[in-house]
Design a protein around this ligand. Structure first.
Ligand SMILES: O=CC(=O)O
Length: 344
């Protein structure tokens, strides 16, 4: 899990923290940090002057005894990257009220248990929305216009040998179905409208404030779309939401773009549909068993692959650090939180 290891020197570090009157650790609010040791985001360095951080990864003690011994009174937890926050971990944190996730997706956190305990959760999809949407649209354009495939054709020296590269497909007039119209999905819709695509969407609930047709089920959305763009959370309800039936409804020319989570698609089925030519193409930033990607996909020119990078730019990480800081400050001052997690 190294994909979010931004180099600290690449980050502008513009968190507008209030530096006045830095206090000793004892005066600062206690915040637990859970991270996988491979995650190097400089979030601790940025927050340390403002909160008393407890980070089990810095201690030789096993995590569970660290939590039992030092974290009983912890009210707020930052989950960095994809560190799993299981019901067992939550059991060790009896005073926990808030989880601040540094990611857009929160499928590594036991949401049901948080709900049961009344623990509030914030995530980072607002901070990542523009970058994730840019990437989703880039993947879609790449698949439809065959840019990566044309690049390979040129690099292989095939232009003089094989002549003109086959024509690709136009964006204007295409029907795009967005699955999950949260902050990322909404940014995707704005971009694709500007390209002249018509937008429809599926999400848990209809959104009265948006002008696009709503489909309560993905099968109907697929039947009325030339492409599906997946931007929703991975939950029990959305796992394999893109299955055999949905791919059949999308049809032989249909394209699937996934910047959500690999588990949204039945990946084995997707590979078979692509190999048989039963769907038109795919742009995939996420996979079911990352970093393993089905090798069959490497051979296909109508598939664009990317190593889970849609959200990651130094600018979006800076926005995430700012968001984490703002949410923690708001929580400890009893002010409204930004970016409270909603399932789309
Ligand atoms: O995939 C990226 C994220 O969830 O932040």
């Amino acid at each position: 899990m190294e994909r979010n290891n931004a180099n600290p020197q690449d980050l502008p570090m513009a968190v507008e923290a209030n530096q006045e009157g830095l206090q000793s650790n004892e005066d600062l609010h206690l915040v637990l940090v859970l991270r996988l040791p491979s995650f190097n985001l400089p979030v601790n360095d940025i927050l340390r002057p403002h909160f008393h951080l407890l980070d089990p990864a810095d201690s030789p003690e096993p995590a569970s005894s660290f939590l039992s011994n030092h974290a009983q009174s912890v009210r707020a937890l930052i989950c960095v990257g994809y560190a799993p926050v299981t019901a067992e971990t939550l059991n060790l944190l009896p005073s926990l009220e808030l989880i601040v996730a540094s990611s857009a997706g929160v499928d590594h956190i036991d949401i049901q248990e948080c709900r049961r305990r009344g623990i509030i959760m914030t995530n980072a999809s607002t901070a990542f929305a523009e970058d994730a949407a840019d990437y989703a649209v880039a993947l879609l354009i790449d698949v439809w216009r065959r840019i990566s495939a044309a690049d390979r054709f040129l690099h292989a020296g095939l232009w003089p040998v094989k002549g003109d590269y086959p024509l690709a497909s136009k964006l204007r007039g295409k029907r795009v179905g967005i699955v999950g119209l949260g902050s990322i999905g909404f940014e995707v819709s704005k971009r694709l409208e500007a390209f002249g695509c018509s937008i429809a969407y599926n999400s848990r609930m209809e959104k009265p404030s948006v002008p696009f047709p709503y489909y309560a089920n993905v099968l109907d959305l697929a039947a009325h779309s030339d492409a599906l763009v997946l931007c929703c959370s991975l939950t029990e309800q959305t796992r394999h939401i893109i299955n055999k039936d949905v791919m059949t409804a999308l049809g032989k020319k249909g394209v699937i773009i996934n910047v959500g989570r690999g588990g949204l698609i039945d990946e084995k089925e997707l590979v078979q549909f692509l190999l048989r030519g039963d769907i038109g193409g795919a742009g995939l930033d996420v996979f079911e068993n990352e970093p393993d990607v089905p090798r069959e996909l490497f051979e296909l020119d109508n598939v664009v692959l990317s190593p889970h990078r849609a959200v990651a730019t130094p600018e979006s990480f800076e926005a995430v650090f700012q968001l984490i800081f703002t949410n923690l400050k708001a929580f400890f001052s009893n002010k409204p939180l930004q970016s409270v997690y909603q399932i789309e």
